[in-house]
Structure formats: C-alpha cells, structure tokens
Design a protein around this ligand. Structure first.
Ligand SMILES: NC(=O)C1=CN([C@@H]2O[C@H](COP(=O)(O)OP(=O)(O)OC[C@H]3O[C@@H](n4cnc5c(N)ncnc54)[C@H](OP(=O)(O)O)[C@@H]3O)[C@@H](O)[C@H]2O)C=CC1
Ligand SMILES: O=C(O)C1=N[C@H](C(=O)O)C[C@H](O)C1
Length: 269
C-alpha cells in the first residue's frame, strides 16, 4: 500500500543513499527524485541500474532543483558542503521537509541549517536509530547522577571509509553527557590524549576513535570511578536501522511547521 510520501534522495549511489532508496521502494513510498554529485559516473543513469533493480525508471540528476521537482521531502546523507548547497537550492522548490543525516558540519554550517529551518521543517540527527537516541537519554541520566569523580569517555568504531571523526553519534553522546552535568560540550570536551604530557583533566569528556574494516557503527560511553566502571553501549547491525528512522522522520516532519527538530522530537523521547 502506498503512503503517498514523495521522497527525493541525495547521494543515491552512496552507502546510505542506496539503503534509503531501497527502503523507500520496499516500504511502498514514492521515489520522486534522486541526485548524485556533479560529474559522478552515476549521473544520467536510471536508478534501477544504480541499485541493481531492473525496471525502475528514474534518472539520477546532478541538479537539486531537478531531483526535488516532484518531491515533498528531501533526505540527505551526503557530505556537509553538498547538504548546505542542497538546502540553499531547496528553498526555491516545493519541498516542505528535509531530513539531514550528514555528519561533520562546522559551527558555520550548523548556523546555516538553523537559518534555513526558518522556512522548512528540518529533522537533523547524527544517528537515526531508536537504540542510539535512547542511549543518549540514558547517558544524560547517568551523567546527572554521577559526580565529576566519574570520568566520562566516548569510544566509537566505524568502517575504514568514514570521513569525519569523532562520529556524529559520539558527539551526540558527548553532548548528552555534558548536558547531564549542566554544561556545554564545547566547555567539557577534552583535547585528544597525545604527547608526553597528555594527562586527563578532571571533569572533561574524552573521545577515542577507531577505523577498521566494514564496521557499521559501534559506540560506548564509560563512566569510570576509582572503584567501578559503568559502561553503556550500542552496536548497529544493519544500515537499514538508519534508513528506516530517516523515513519515519520524513513522515513526521511533513506534519510539522518550519523549524529545526531532532529524533527526540520524532520519537517523543
Ligand atoms: N545520521 C545517521 O543515522 C547516519 C549518518 N551517516 C552520515 O551520512 C553521510 C554519508 O555516509 P555514507 O552513505 O556512508 O557515505 P558515502 O560516501 O557512501 O555516500 C555519500 C554519497 O553522496 C554523494 N555526494 C557527494 N556530494 C554530492 C552532491 N553535491 N550531490 C549529490 N550527492 C553527493 C557521494 O558521491 P561521491 O562518492 O561521488 O562523492 C556519495 O555517493 C556521512 O556524513 C555519514 O556520517 C551515515 C549513516 C547513518
Ligand atoms: O558514517 C557512518 O557510517 C555513520 N555515521 C553516523 C555518525 O557519524 O555517527 C552514524 C552511524 O554511526 C554510521
């Protein structure tokens, strides 16, 4: 049964782009548009050829306006510059909602997104899985309960092709921990431990990053005191969990006024 949700997917030939397009089609939504990077060998191809699903006829476009023409919602898991360029172009289309999964924005990029959210309903999350968003709530709760003598460390592991570090999810977890301590992550973030005097500063939140093989995404937050260690963790077993969360966010966002939302809003956490 079709839900009538008309979705355009940015970066459709990427790991998440393919996952999203397959989830849209298999879930009975409408694939209304698909984009790829200007100059990509996938531009101009039929989506069916890109996905290995013969008979699917929708041309992959390098133009945001063209890919968005028949869509109500734009889902973007690409790269920061690509997402920001798309947002500027989407303001001139009929798209009402944007789902941003891209990670690695700098402060100026985050500000640009907040500005565009004056015109569009935007759901942005470093992770669209239910488990990770619940893990953030649990991390905040633990940080609220445990004093500064408990060292907070966030460890993440991802596949070797990941570009940004720490991951968007690790930063969400660090942010949740900082909020639990009534502070901002900017203030509490530890510099990397590296060099001859790399001692841990009390009260800071540390990050450690591993890149290995084809790991989809593993995150662990530890709270360590002199006598015990509390560890909270999450493992993503299938990228479908991100795609399904993003599509649920799309359905939710189309019912909202313009504004900047996250998965807590969508899931009611
Ligand atoms: N929030 C979440 O739940 C999740 C977020 N992510 C994030 O999503 C992003 C993408 O991850 P992933 O799919 O693994 O990465 P990939 O590199 O596999 O995919 C990104 C795709 O976007 C394309 N692209 C680049 N620039 C443009 C452009 N201007 N217009 C259209 N397409 C473009 C790339 O093309 P080309 O290769 O030619 O550059 C590529 O096909 C990352 O930031 C990642 O951290 C990933 C998983 C879950
Ligand atoms: O790049 C990835 O793959 C992932 N990116 C997101 C992040 O930066 O946290 C989410 C997920 O862990 C996979």
């Amino acid at each position: 049964m079709t839900s009538g949700l008309k979705i355009a997917i940015a970066g459709v030939a990427g790991r998440m782009g393919r996952q999203l397009a397959n989830a849209v089609i298999d879930g009975g939504q409408i694939m209304a548009g698909a984009s790829e990077a200007p100059g990509s060998p996938h531009v101009g191809k039929e989506l069916g050829e890109v996905l290995g699903r013969p008979g699917l006829s929708l041309a992959v476009s390098e133009s945001v306006e063209d890919a968005a023409r028949k869509a109500d919602v734009w889902i973007d898991f690409t790269a920061p510059n690509a997402t920001l360029a798309a947002l500027a172009a989407l303001r001139k289309t009929n798209v009402q909602a944007v789902i941003i999964g891209t990670t690695g924005f700098d402060a100026a990029g985050e500000a640009e997104i907040a500005e565009v959210a004056g015109d569009l309903a935007i759901v942005k999350a470093g992770n669209f899985s239910l488990g990770v968003n619940l893990l953030c709530a649990l991390t905040r709760r633990a940080a609220e309960s445990l004093g500064e003598d408990w060292d907070i460390e966030v460890l993440e592991t991802h596949h070797r092709r990941k570009v940004d570090a720490p991951s968007g999810t690790a930063l969400m977890l660090g942010d949740a921990a900082a909020r639990g301590r009534g502070a901002d992550l900017k203030t509490l973030r530890s510099p990397p431990y590296d060099g001859p005097d790399a001692r841990r500063e009390p009260g800071k939140i540390g990050f450690a990053v591993r890149r290995s093989g084809d790991v989809i995404g593993e995150h662990e937050v530890t709270f360590g005191s002199d006598m015990e260690i509390l560890s909270l963790s999450h493992t993503a077993l299938d990228r479908a969990v991100f795609a399904n969360g993003a599509i649920a966010a799309a359905r939710w966002a189309l019912r909202q006024p313009p504004g900047l939302y996250d998965m807590n809003d969508v899931l009611g956490l």
